[in-house]
Design a protein around this ligand. Structure first.
Ligand SMILES: [Zn+2]
Length: 267
């Protein structure tokens, strides 16, 4: 009897702890989450909504609660619109829960971690690379998921080797990298060394095909030419971000970037 009680107590503790951790992991500083934060629901209230069964007579009351609807919306759908940039940071311990190895060719310099993506993004990437392959275009993954810690070492290394103005244009500060979402990947059309010709990728056959077709597979060119002032990054034809097909098509058609799209959705 005593053991059962301890078991239940530990169970409740784990559930509450896990939901608290998850709440923290999604409560990044996106515009959408600012919306959540600015509303009155306290963390403790969210925990109790998630961790405890809702009494039947109170269920309709809770479901009518706007914050609860927003929260369950965030919880129940993949965070495909997660906005991360120089103004919208991820927390240090944010890590997507559904990372898998993307089953495409990677450069030999890619680490195991860099081959990971969220499952839906990994599947879409494979589909896209296979479609390119049918056109005789060979694509390679370079770097997909990067944890906060990996981004930190990359940042420090690039700062040392390439200098401040390079990192300001191309390398994200830890927590400000979209690679931490597991939804973005840098790709190449050649197996040559990491830095060789990356800037020319947009002019290659592979780069052109990606620019014209990525949206059909749910990807966008995240840092296009002419939008530097909004994205905070120079044109990066090699950095693609998974947002799902519907959104990718809308973004491409309207010639906007993710920041502008998220802004439209929220307002
Ligand atoms: Zn990138």
């Amino acid at each position: 009897m005593k053991k059962t009680f301890i078991g239940i107590a530990i169970g409740v503790f784990i559930i509450v702890g896990a939901s608290f951790k998850f709440y923290n992991s999604i409560s990044v500083n996106t515009a959408a989450n600012k919306n959540l934060k600015s509303q009155a629901l306290e963390k403790a209230e969210i925990e109790s909504l998630l961790a405890l069964p809702i009494e039947p007579e109170k269920a309709s009351e809770v479901k009518d609660n706007e914050e609860y609807r927003f929260y369950t919306f965030m919880l129940n759908r993949p965070n495909l619109l997660l906005l991360v940039n120089r103004n919208h940071q991820l927390e240090k311990d944010y890590a997507p829960r559904n990372l898998v190895k993307a089953e495409v060719s990677f450069l030999s310099s890619s680490s195991n971690e860099e081959m990971l993506m969220q499952k839906n993004a990994a599947d879409a990437l494979k589909e896209m690379f296979d479609a390119a392959d049918k056109q005789g275009l060979r694509l390679f993954g370079v770097s997909a998921y990067r944890s906060f810690a990996s981004q930190q070492s990359l940042y420090n290394e690039k700062l040392k080797s390439r200098g401040k103005s390079y990192v300001d244009s191309y390398v994200a500060f830890p927590g400000e990298s979209e690679h931490q979402t597991g939804l973005a990947i840098d790709i190449r059309g050649t197996v040559s060394a990491y830095n060789a010709n990356i800037k020319d990728f947009g002019q290659t056959k592979e780069g052109t095909w990606i620019r014209n077709n990525a949206q059909n597979f749910g990807f966008i060119i995240r840092y296009p030419k002419g939008k530097e002032i909004i994205t905070g990054y120079r044109y990066e034809p090699w950095h693609i971000r998974y947002v799902g097909q519907d959104v990718a098509e809308k973004i491409k058609e309207s010639n906007i970037v993710l920041e502008e799209y998220v802004n439209q959705v929220i307002n």
